[in-house]
Design a protein around this ligand. Sequence first.
Ligand code: NAD
Ligand code: LMR
Length: 342
Amino acid sequence: LRASFSSKAQKENNQNFNHKLQPQASFKVAVLGAAGGIGQPLALLIKMSPLISDLHLYDIANVKGVAADISHCNTPSQVRDFTGASELANCLNGVDVVVIPAGVPRKPGMTRDDLFNINAGIVRDLVSAVADNCPGAFIQIISNPVNSTVPIAAEVLKQKGVYDPKKLFGVTTLDVVRANTFVAQRKNLKLIDVDVPVVGGHAGITILPLLSKTRPSASFTDEEVEELTVRIQNAGTEVVEAKAGAGSATLSMAYAAARFVESSLRALDGDGDVYECSFVQSDLTDLPFFASRVKLGRKGIEALIPSDLQGLTDYEQKALEALKPELKASIEKGIAFAQKQT
Ligand code: NAD
Ligand code: LMR
């Protein structure tokens, strides 16, 4: 499983995963929203990590049974459940990585921004608790709209005096996972080899796959670029419509988030060769937050990778300029929301 998250280059290191169930390190991970559609399979997948000693599962309801169930898996981490705001501080105490999939999902006809009114407050309150109880943790935000919830989290952390931009991440791994899958299918490539950087943000046209930077290099006709780009941008909606009112992507999202958690833990454990795309504070464009490939290390983001944005095709350059106004507005909406609260 761990090998399947990784590139070919990383695979060699991971090949003994199934035989090495003793923890190689002892990191504590908390999932906030752990009883939800994403939270449950995410908790199950990361229960398989040999890098986790303690897995804390938090939700406002229904988390006791999820934790009891997952705790029977004979993998190293100890699972504990925490229910409701009164148990949140205990859940977060001493945690290294906090993953936040709490909040409502889309139904057909909705945009991610339609979730703002409910999810903005949820993310604000959870990140405020993170600031109070584990301010040094990596914070990984899944709750939509990511283009606004990450700026909200940054403002809350600033207000608490503990903002470290190197440790705040919007989880956009699912966009990369989808891009890799669709490109491999379209070009008949081996899935494990394919890596497509996806930049910008996580909603509609703000999701910009850089097909020209696909590794191993692949050539695409103009029609293929258009078709693949639009499919990757609309993949979330594809799932929302297929689920027909029963929510949005949960299983592929859990897979993607588990990959991001695993990458973060490897970086925390000293692996010097960990790269992921994420929506982070950035100076790669004129926007204050932007998704790009980042190098992860023990202290969080060690470097943003500017090279993906160099030498773009005309199509990509136009798409990059076109996404900026929408992404800027979503970022500003998040910041204004958080500043209004003080
Ligand atoms: P869900 O409704 O199945 O689960 C959400 C969980 O959050 C529920 O268990 C609920 O009890 C919990 N919750 C609500 N308020 C909470 C609070 N204050 N504290 C703790 N937990 C709380 O939804 P889901 O399908 O798991 O989706 C969750 C979020 O993830 C949505 O906002 C969705 O849009 C987003 N999402 C993001 C991506 C991405 O790529 N970043 C992908 C898929 C979904
Ligand atoms: C996704 O990309 O699947 C998520 O952002 C959920 C959604 O609402 O599409």
